[in-house]
Design a protein around this ligand. Structure first.
Ligand SMILES: [Zn+2]
Length: 254
């Protein structure tokens, strides 16, 4: 069955952003030479809802590279997005997506850089990416009140609802803790009061957090939603390994 051929045009707004991001963050995007990267948008198709990949990076190799070189075209990577997505993204989301894709650009021509983080979003959401290094700074999962965002629960889509009898578990846990606190109360009231109810953080972290809180405006609901969408995409994208040939539809490019 013949597929509609995609029609592309250059997203100059995104390329302007790329230039500005490279100037603003030379220490992070040191490997990106903007002249080597082109950003193209698909005009005649919208992203399928099931496709969580918002953008892709393709290194130019082999025959394509030869043709580019013969015609003095410096492009060595192409970032591909959907125009319909681009129009729907907030200014800051556009920045973060372009920034993310530029991190995939390698210092070596013909190569891309893979994601370096694999974890569960429900965990990262609470403790951040470098949680293993935090040691004692981590909240106590048994004694502190740690709030998980259940929308980020992994593997829930294909679970049997009968297996998820959370209410019963909660009841059991409550009953158990009532018993426990009763016993403890009998022993000594002070002991129960000592159990911390907030995550313990170091003074330094606390100061940093307060500083951030003071500076930052809370994100709008729209921005939050978009951020979640990106996170979703980042999580899914890590499965496909960005080093492999860039051809999501299983059809040869040539
Ligand atoms: Zn990526």
């Amino acid at each position: 069955m013949a597929r509609t051929e995609r029609v592309y045009s250059r997203v100059s707004e995104a390329e302007d952003l790329m230039n500005k991001l490279c100037e603003a963050h030379p220490e992070v995007l040191w490997q990106v030479k903007p002249a080597n990267v082109a950003i193209y948008g698909i005009e005649n198709q919208e992203r399928n809802e099931k496709n969580k990949t918002l953008a892709k990076v393709k290194p130019i190799k082999g025959l394509e590279k030869t043709i580019m070189q013969q015609h003095n075209v410096p492009i060595r990577w192409v970032i591909e997005i959907y125009w319909s997505d681009w129009h729907s993204w907030s200014p800051s989301l556009k920045q973060w997506i372009v920034f993310h894709e530029l991190l995939h650009v390698s210092h070596e021509i013909g190569k891309t850089v893979r994601h370096d983080s694999e974890d569960f979003r429900i965990v990262l959401d609470v403790v951040g990416v470098d949680w293993v290094q935090k040691g004692d700074g981590l909240p106590n999962l048994l004694h502190d009140s740690v709030e998980f965002n259940l929308d980020l629960l992994p593997g829930i889509e294909d679970a049997d609802p009968d297996d998820i009898d959370i209410d019963q578990r909660k009841k059991n846990a409550e009953a158990k803790s009532k018993d426990a606190s009763q016993t403890k109360a009998d022993q000594t009231e002070a002991y129960v009061k000592e159990v911390p109810t907030v995550p313990t953080v170091s003074d330094e972290e606390e100061a940093e957090r307060k500083e951030l809180e003071a500076e930052e405006e809370p994100p709008s609901e729209e921005e939050q939603l978009e951020a979640e969408e990106l996170a979703l995409k980042l999580a899914e994208e890590s499965d496909d390994g960005s080093d492999k040939e860039y051809d999501s539809d299983g059809e040869d490019l040539f």
